[in-house]
Design a protein around this ligand. Structure first.
Ligand code: PLP
Length: 444
């Protein structure tokens, strides 16, 4: 076992880093250090090969160390390492914006750049509120989210988000209300999208009755909710949500930070589900996770409203943006990644492998400690029976076992989440789920 010294760090260095979304005390007792990555595998400090069962954090569907992306970044860094994001431009951001629109549903053809999924979430919510104000409907400010929703960690995102622990300790957020989540007991162990539950979209009608549409700006949902443990939408749910939004002049935002660019076997979750929102948020797979970047694609009418109501043309139409919006190196990485997704027919590969993943995941539904299995595209979530008084303990223990066995999987709340690289083989899926079955069995 490699020591800290072997890893090239000191105890003080280990203590200095307050790690994100990590049990710092446990990690620092037993560091799981990743030192290298290539293709579908990580390598730890002992040189041990570890299968990447969540494509990074749903980011690296193309696998790691892709030379085309490395070359694009290196070339960009030497040509133009940074360019001011405000009031000046550089060619790649315009090329990328148009390229992204080729992956978006028809009509979502105006792209705003951010630095992450959280920034995309808050950007979309701010655009929605400002849009209605520009249209003379300034009272439309309330934001509607959904139980178990995850929209990142900024104040807008945690306000519409529906995962309790992400909100509980941070105090008052932005004015919001929530629809119920769509995990129904009668749908447990359903393969793919459940056939029951579309009517849960009518929660929006109840919220309109309570708050009035004249006070509501937007509804934000993930087409497939990833972070809460892979929750596919019931068949017809998103369509009904779209219809209610249309009837009541409410913008529909799809947070596709996980879904966009192939995870569901299509360009977007919108395409996979056959429903077009007004705004799509993206990040993660946009650059294959190699450089942080997010984006928000809007219907042209939204953009045009800001331009038409923008006052003198030297004035800002939207006073919003980030120092790292449209960062040149991120743009180069994204252009190279999007090319690879197409050139290597990744969406077709995902569609081909999804039934194999579905079969392997649902085999584990037979285990006593598995209380639900859900899947969509190349993603699966397993809910585990709670240990007495500790809902998150069993997934933590299983993920540690998996790490020991040479597999990285994500654990969150009472779930284990699986989302392998897009070019995963049937044999790799089999061995991953065999190891997962063994790890779950070790709990009992
Ligand atoms: N929105 C969704 C749907 C996500 O899944 C995530 C991250 O998992 C985010 C937003 C936040 O993205 P980031 O961690 O890049 O800020």
């Amino acid at each position: 076992m490699a020591t800290l010294q072997d890893m090239g760090i000191t105890q003080n260095q280990l203590d200095s880093h307050w790690m994100a979304y990590t049990g710092n005390r446990q990690f620092k007792q037993d560091p799981r250090m990743i030192c290298q990555a290539k293709g579908k595998y990580y390598f730890d400090a002992d040189g041990r090969k570890i299968f990447d069962g969540l494509s990074g954090l749903w980011t690296c569907g193309l696998g790691h160390g892709r030379q085309e992306i490395v070359d694009a970044i290196a070339q960009q860094a030497s040509q133009l390492d940074y360019s001011p994001a405000f009031q000046f431009g550089h060619p790649k951001s315009f090329q990328l914006a148009e390229r992204i629109t080729e992956f978006m549903p028809e009509g979502l053809n105006r792209v705003f750049f951010t630095g992450s999924g959280s920034e995309s979430a808050d950007t979309s919510l701010k655009i929605a509120r400002a849009y209605w104000r520009k249209k003379g409907l300034a009272s439309k400010t309330k934001l509607i989210g959904r139980g178990k929703g995850y929209h990142g960690v900024n104040f807008g995102g945690i306000s519409v988000g529906g995962i309790g622990p992400n909100r509980a300790i941070f105090g008052t957020g932005v004015d919001s209300a929530h629809m119920r989540h769509t995990v129904l007991p009668e749908n447990a162990f359903t393969k793919g999208q459940p056939s029951q539950g579309a009517e849960l979209a009518n929660d929006l009608i109840d919220l309109i009755a309570m708050h009035d549409a004249s006070n509501i700006a937007a509804v934000i949902v993930e087409p497939m909710a990833g972070s809460a443990g892979v929750i596919p939408p019931p068949v017809g749910y998103l369509k009904l949500l779209r219809e209610i939004c249309d009837q009541h002049q409410i913008l529909l935002i799809f947070d596709e930070v996980i879904c966009a660019f192939g995870r569901l076997g299509y360009k977007t979750g919108a395409e996979a589900c056959g429903v077009t929102p007004d705004i799509i948020n993206m990040a993660k797979q946009l650059t294959n996770g190699v450089v942080p970047m997010g984006a928000v694609a809007c219907k042209q009418e939204i953009y045009d409203t800001f331009m038409d109501e923008g006052g003198p043309n030297y004035m800002l139409e939207l006073p919003h943006g980030y120092t790292y919006s449209a960062h040149p190196i991120a743009c180069a990485a994204a252009l190279a990644s999007l090319d690879l997704l197409e050139k290597e027919h990744m969406f077709e590969q995902v569609r081909e492998m999804s039934p194999i993943l579905e079969h392997a995941a649902h085999q584990l539904g037979q285990l006593d400690l598995v209380s639900d299995v859900r899947n969509m595209g190349l993603a699966a979530g397993l809910s585990l029976v709670h240990a007495p008084g500790e809902s998150a303990l069993n997934p933590f223990l299983v993920a540690q076992q998996m790490w020991q066995k040479g597999y990285y999987v994500r654990y969150g709340a009472d779930t284990i989440q699986i989302a392998p690289p897009f070019n995963v083989s049937a044999a790799e899926i089999d061995s991953l789920f065999n190891a997962l079955g063994d790890s779950i069995n070790q709990l009992s």
